[in-house]
Design a binder for this molecule. Structure first.
Ligand code: PBG
Length: 309
């Protein structure tokens, strides 16, 4: 009878699995800060994505880990397009999202070009547009800018349109906060800033109204899906964004949310499956249509056995 009156449905069809892809072959390097997550070479990435897809996970989002970094993110068009091509060839029905950011490819670890110790917003836009176009041309189904430079959605939209990719969807990390919850990811993607922090381009956790302005701007610039990130500590914004704009809303349940539950579960302090299902249901209740989560495969298995839900 509970199911009969349940208001919120959590289903595998909402899930996107983040994956880290690196150069090389037969590599499956465990990420110390994120138990159960790996840096994968393209062949291993294909195995992981096939497994997820077979479980019913409809989409993955790719983060590239290049061999070489410099101050112009020259390697940003290397490993991700390669991975996209392989995934789309072998698993054409899998939705492949390409994260668009420069921090993984920059020697200093910032998301944009640095001039005189500061991130230069406008000088960064052409590089982001170039990367997004390369991913789209490789066959990505969605590009997802996560850099938080102002004007990047417009720049990417213009580059895609100019190349004739007028139907290419953009999922923008619209309200992305400067968050300590990204800590474990920065080990995973080897993208910690070498100096300073990301507070000049990512948002202040205290600012909800500003988050709504950021979302409005991204929509005006051409975003098709808007994201709130992190998820757990920002559900008020998920709800407001959904109510105010009525757009498809994504939430990114980030590395810190994953690692803290993994750590507590390893100690036997919380039941991993129960807390994760509760947390994901809360994302849906708040209004999220799409959930990016490192638990996507586990969730697919859990949701497949009705006794667990
Ligand atoms: C890149 C990016 C980050 C995350 C996604 N894209 C890190 C950051 O902004 O420092 C975080 C994801 C996670 O913590 O799981 N800009």
């Amino acid at each position: 009878m509970r199911a009969l009156v349940r208001e919120t449905e959590l289903s595998t069809r909402h899930l996107v699995l983040p994956l880290f892809v690196c150069e090389g072959r037969r590599l499956r390097r465990p990420i110390g800060t994120m138990p159960g997550q790996f840096q994968l070479s393209v062949d291993e990435l294909l195995k992981e994505a096939s497994e997820a897809f077979a479980l019913g996970v409809p989409a993955v989002i790719l983060f590239g880990i290049p061999d070489k970094k410099d101050e112009r993110a020259s390697s940003s068009c290397g490993i991700v397009p390669k991975a996209v091509r392989v995934l789309k060839k072998e698993l054409p029905e899998l939705i492949v999202v390409a994260d668009v950011c420069l921090c993984e490819y920059m020697s200093h670890g910032h998301c944009g070009i640095v001039h005189g110790g500061r991130v230069d917003n406008d000088a960064t836009l052409p590089l982001l547009a170039k990367a997004a176009l390369a991913y789209a041309e490789a066959g990505a189904d969605i590009v997802a800018p996560s850099d938080m430079m102002d004007g990047r959605v417009a720049a990417i939209r213009a580059a895609l349109d100019k190349a004739g990719l007028v139907e290419m969807p953009i999922m923008s990390y619209a309200a992305k906060f400067a968050s300590a919850f990204y800590g474990p990811f920065r080990e995973a993607a080897e993208s910690a800033p070498r100096f300073g922090d990301r507070r000049s381009y990512q948002m202040d956790a205290a600012n909800g109204e500003e988050a709504l302005r950021e979302v409005a701007l991204d929509i005006a610039e051409g975003a098709d899906i808007v994201m709130v990130k992190p998820a757990l500590a920002y559900l008020d914004l998920v709800q407001q964004v959904k109510e105010k704009f009525g757009y498809p809303v994504a939430v990114y349940s980030v590395s810190g949310e994953y690692s803290m539950i993994k750590a507590a579960a390893a100690k036997g302090w919380v039941n991993e499956q129960s807390v994760v299902l509760e947390m994901m249901t809360a994302f849906r209740r708040a209004g999220a249509d799409i959930i990016l989560t490192y638990w996507a495969k586990d969730l697919a298995s859990w949701l497949a056995s009705p006794s667990s839900v």
